[in-house]
Design a protein around this ligand. Structure first.
Ligand SMILES: *Cc1c(COP(=O)(O)O)cnc(C)c1O
Length: 392
């Protein structure tokens, strides 16, 4: 029985060619034609904005916060339902995260809560330095409403689009409306460079500054001269070669991920208590991960029981992100609400979502989910559902 992974890398035809070019020309470090070409190709996807290729999405968030002037003692609002990497750079900068709850419509940060928080903080003279908006699992947050709230108080937005390459908001790739956008090419993301990130900015001078900080903040003189503390955050030209090839097949990857999610949804249509996460009407949800919400009573099993049944069949599932306000490391952080994110964490499950998952593999996953649903329903004495016929 081969193991089915949650989200595996999926290479195309040209990645190796670009990597070979890096070897053949000896551009194997953090300068070279692949980096330039990758940044140029990426820029075309974000309205021609300047792009800086970095060693990780986390590094991109860090430099983004630095560009926004986030420093010691500042507060930064951040979605609570996300990966820790969204908020860790706030702490790197000596600032304090303030975690804001999700809405049910998109699972992303709730625009009404953001507006209320900003109003209250403006009255108290404690406006945050920035808002980090996460586009979770490939679904765009409601940027119009978030921007409207933030513009009133001049609070800049950083879009954490690490999970949202290929995601659209009102027909446009996310990550380009706010002053700063961040993408990740970690191994589990929709495309990968093995590890890497991209910082997108509306400001050419900011892109130059980020590039300077990312390469140890060296002054342009013969000796090593430093006026600022720098970082070693630049992407390697070898890995940028992988990125060039991956970007060429992005649309196919998006189509495959969406097809996975909708195939699951259709296969579970007659199972009560299991529902695909919302697909907000204002955008294109890539369904980077196929995420479902369980209603234990209706479904007949808990999220953890379903995870255990999948694991027994060598299938990797995962709970939804544990909210950051509930993480021990952020125990002392301020929070705004949190009950929605906690509920999504308690009942949400990520199913295998790789773009190279075969239909036979997906059927294995579907069979386990349906078996768990059916077994529990039957043993509870509820009405039998004829599922075997529709499963083929
Ligand atoms: C993956 C991820 C990051 C971090 O990206 P890395 O490239 O792994 O550093 C940040 N935010 C979110 C929401 C992510 O999913």
């Amino acid at each position: 029985m081969t193991r089915i992974y949650l989200s595996a890398p999926h290479l195309g035809d040209n990645e190796e060619k670009y990597v070979r070019e890096a070897f053949a020309t000896n551009w194997v470090s953090t300068v070279g034609p692949n980096i330039e070409a990758f940044e140029r190709a990426f820029s075309e996807r974000v309205g021609g904005l300047p792009c800086v290729a970095l060693s990780s999405g986390t590094a991109a968030i860090h430099l983004g916060l630095k560009l926004l002037g986030v420093g010691a003692g500042d507060d930064v609002l951040c979605s609570t339902l996300t990966f820790a990497a969204s908020a860790n750079p706030i702490v790197y900068q000596g600032a304090r995260p303030v975690f804001v709850d999700s809405d049910r419509a998109s699972w992303n940060v709730d625009p009404d809560l953001v507006a209320e928080t900003l109003e209250a903080r403006a009255r108290a003279g404690k406006l945050p330095k920035a808002l980090i908006v996460v586009h979770l699992y490939g679904q765009s947050a409601d940027l119009d409403r978030l921007e409207a709230a933030c513009e009133r108080f001049d609070v800049p937005i950083l879009e954490d689009a690490a999970e949202a390459l290929g995601t659209h908001y009102r027909g446009e790739q996310v990550g380009q409306r706010a002053p700063l956008g961040v993408f990740s090419f970690n191994g589990n993301k929709i495309i990968t460079t093995s590890g890497g990130g991209m910082l997108v900015t509306r400001d050419r001078a900011w892109a130059e500054k980020a590039r300077y900080w990312a390469t140890q903040a060296r002054q342009p003189v013969a000796w090593y001269e430093h006026e600022d503390v720098g970082f070693n955050y630049r992407m390697s030209n070898v890995l940028a070669g992988i990125g060039r090839g991956q970007l060429e097949v992005l649309e196919e990857r998006v189509a495959a991920r969406r097809a996975n999610a909708f195939r699951y949804r259709d296969a579970f249509a007659d199972c009560p208590g299991i529902e695909l996460m919302p697909q907000a009407p204002y955008g294109r949800h890539t369904n980077w991960l196929s995420v479902f919400l369980l209603d234990e009573a209706a479904f007949g099993a808990s999220r953890d029981e379903l995870l255990a049944a999948l694991a027994a069949e060598e299938i990797e599932g995962r709970p939804v992100w544990k909210p950051l306000h509930a993480q021990p490391v952020f125990a002392s952080a301020e929070r705004v609400g949190g009950a929605v994110a906690e509920d999504l964490f308690a009942r949400g499950i990520c199913l295998p979502s790789s773009s190279n998952m075969t239909s036979r593999e997906q059927e294995r996953v579907i069979d386990v989910v349906r078996r768990v649903a059916r077994t529990r329903t039957s043993s509870a004495g509820a009405s039998e559902r004829s599922w075997t016929a529709s499963a083929t």
